[in-house]
Design a protein around this ligand. Structure first.
Ligand code: SAH
Length: 213
């Protein structure tokens, strides 16, 4: 047993909070109620794992706030078997939500330490992405493209053309754009060179940086 009744009670309250903030997607809520977020966090913060807050993980990065994870996932309308590219594996928590929702997940992280740790955490939960790779997300994952959905979990100065290219027609990408503060954009690929985008409001993310380390 890696989880307890007490933790599940806390997750239930977190889900109630997310519903009150406008999250409706049943698949997202079910994933959040079942996945032990504390598994993805450092010991020092595990008691707060079910607060609706971002927390530091190693290498100056953060595990996203549950509301942000739920909002980004809900915006993509994930359905089983969707091929999803995640940029910024980080702790692996967002990855686990997507796997729980039965999508085929391809996830990349630029920091080797985080990549290795996330892979280990996910395997402890018996969760295996189609691909989990140490690489620079600005390049996407051309060998596995096209993707039905792309979820970017770091703030990008603008929308990377390589990611647009790797989206399938009618595919959707959710991406926070901006340097100090980000605006969340939902991009839809209507044709080979034709995109629509919608601004879904302000959020805060760590920056998307070039090159793997
Ligand atoms: N999805 C993560 C969020 C982590 S924060 C979670 O649920 O925990 C964003 C992550 O994006 C960080 O781990 C950061 O190292 C990573 N990142 C930043 N720029 C990147 C890039 N160019 N390619 C891949 N990952 C990147």
């Amino acid at each position: 047993m890696y989880d307890s009744i007490k933790q599940k009670g806390k997750r239930k309250r977190l889900v109630e909070k997310l519903v009150s903030k406008g999250i409706k997607d049943k698949g997202v809520l079910e994933a959040i109620i079942n996945i032990p977020r504390h598994f993805f966090m450092d010991k020092d913060f595990q008691d707060y794992a079910y607060d609706d807050k971002a927390f530091p993980i190693t290498n100056n990065q953060t595990i996203s706030q549950p509301y942000t994870v739920a909002f980004q996932t809900q915006s993509l309308n994930i359905i089983p078997n969707d091929k999803v590219l995640e940029i910024g594996t980080g702790s692996g928590y967002q990855t686990s939500i997507l796997i729980y929702m039965k999508s085929k997940v391809y996830t990349v992280e630029r920091i080797f330490d985080l990549h290795r740790k996330a892979k280990k955490t996910l395997s402890k939960l018996n969760m295996y992405p189609e691909e989990i790779k140490w690489s620079d997300g600005y390049l996407g994952l051309n060998e596995n493209a096209p993707f039905d959905k792309i979820l970017v979990t770091a703030g990008c100065p603008d929308i990377p053309s390589e990611l647009l290219k790797q989206l399938s027609i009618n595919g959707k990408m959710i991406i926070p754009v901006g340097l100090k503060e980000q605006e969340m954009f939902l991009v839809k690929k209507e044709g080979d060179n034709n995109y629509s985008k919608k601004n879904l409001g302000k959020f805060n993310f760590v920056p998307m940086l070039k090159n793997k380390i």
